[in-house]
Design a protein around this ligand. Structure first.
Ligand code: ZN
Length: 335
């Protein structure tokens, strides 16, 4: 596989919103964070049902492997969904040569408060696998998967987080990256194409934004919609960014989700976080790899649940809204 870049960054910027400074106070209710800011109390409430509707909306397009009409339409849906919510939405378009085929791929980037010098990276992959190679029946194995969990679930959580980040600005910047080409090939060199491209092009992003672009840390969400959700500490993440794993698992425990976020290791999982870790970004993988429908035609909406998305969304929202201001300099004041 050889990747070559097409355009650098097709920025679709939106006018920056006025930054409201908030003072985060508080404690956590079962579903949501109470935040007192500017004399008023508001609630950051991740809605698992809304997130589930975003999961279904992606699946309504059908399987979404690269170089298909459904893939293109779903990518457009994501861009159009994010544009009213984020301060800046852009696309990284690129090609990859695989088995003498040219794959047309795009990473979709949504930035909240790009004026802030430091930010947290949240990511997921939006493409789905072109073959169901875990099927025993060879006829079935040649078909593309729907990817309700493997693809749509992580994206769904991010879309709902985008909604609450828009409504209630956090004290930090957040960059969401929706990776393409994660699940294409049979071996790691034909996978994680979007995250490899993103890691390789951090310099281009830096020029586009005119400032350092390396995130403080990152959290990857993949396969977080399983009805029977059990998330173990992923071993590559624990090897290179144990403090970030601790942070996320502590948030889960504080919310009473310790039975879902198991505080032990189980798997090494190669995923979109591995190219980022290799590039020096402390990105962890939040993944439930005990999913019997993985890479089969049965990875469908009914195997996922709003409750699972709720749990993961609550945890990530708590991490984001509990994060102290990371930035320094002029962007700390309102703009
Ligand atoms: Zn997969």
């Amino acid at each position: 596989m050889g990747c070559r870049r097409i355009p650098i960054l097709d920025a679709l910027r939106h006018p920056q919103q006025i930054l409201r400074r908030l003072c985060l106070v508080t404690s956590i209710a079962t579903v949501g964070l109470a935040i007192a800011g500017c004399g008023a109390t508001t609630h950051v409430k991740f809605d698992g049902n809304k997130a589930f509707s975003y999961l279904k909306a992606q699946c309504d397009f059908g399987p979404r492997p690269p170089n298909t009409e459904t893939h293109r339409k779903c990518g457009d849906y994501l861009v159009n969904s994010l544009k009213p919510l984020a301060d800046a939405v852009s696309e990284q378009n690129f090609e990859c040569q695989v088995d003498q085929r040219t794959l047309n791929l795009r990473n979709i980037i949504a930035h909240f408060h790009p004026e802030m010098k430091e930010y947290i990276l949240l990511c997921a992959h939006w493409d789905t696998r072109p073959v169901a190679d875990e099927e025993v029946d060879k006829t079935k194995a040649a078909k593309p998967i729907l990817g309700a969990n493997d693809g749509a679930s992580g994206v769904a959580v991010l879309l709902e987080l985008a909604r609450i980040l828009h409504e209630t600005p956090p004290k930090i910047g957040v960059m969401m990256v929706f990776f393409d080409g994660e699940d294409y090939g049979a071996t790691p060199n034909l996978m994680f194409m979007g995250s490899k491209h993103f890691a390789k092009k951090l310099g281009d992003l830096k020029r586009a934004y005119g400032k350092p672009i390396k995130p403080r840390y990152g959290i990857l969400l993949d396969m977080v919609g399983d009805r029977n959700l059990q998330i173990y500490r992923e071993r590559f993440s624990d090897g290179k960014a144990p403090e970030i794993v601790d942070k996320v698992w502590k948030a889960a425990a504080d919310l009473g989700y310790g039975d879902v976020f198991k505080n032990t290791n189980k798997y090494y999982v190669s995923d979109d976080h591995t190219p980022l870790l290799a590039a020096g970004i402390k990105c962890i993988d939040v993944i439930d790899f005990d999913y019997p429908y993985w890479h089969t035609l049965d990875d469908t909406v009914d195997k996922c649940s709003p409750q699972s998305l709720q749990i993961v969304g609550d945890v990530i929202a708590k991490v984001i809204y509990s994060e102290p201001a990371l930035f320094t300099g002029k962007s700390q004041s309102s703009k």
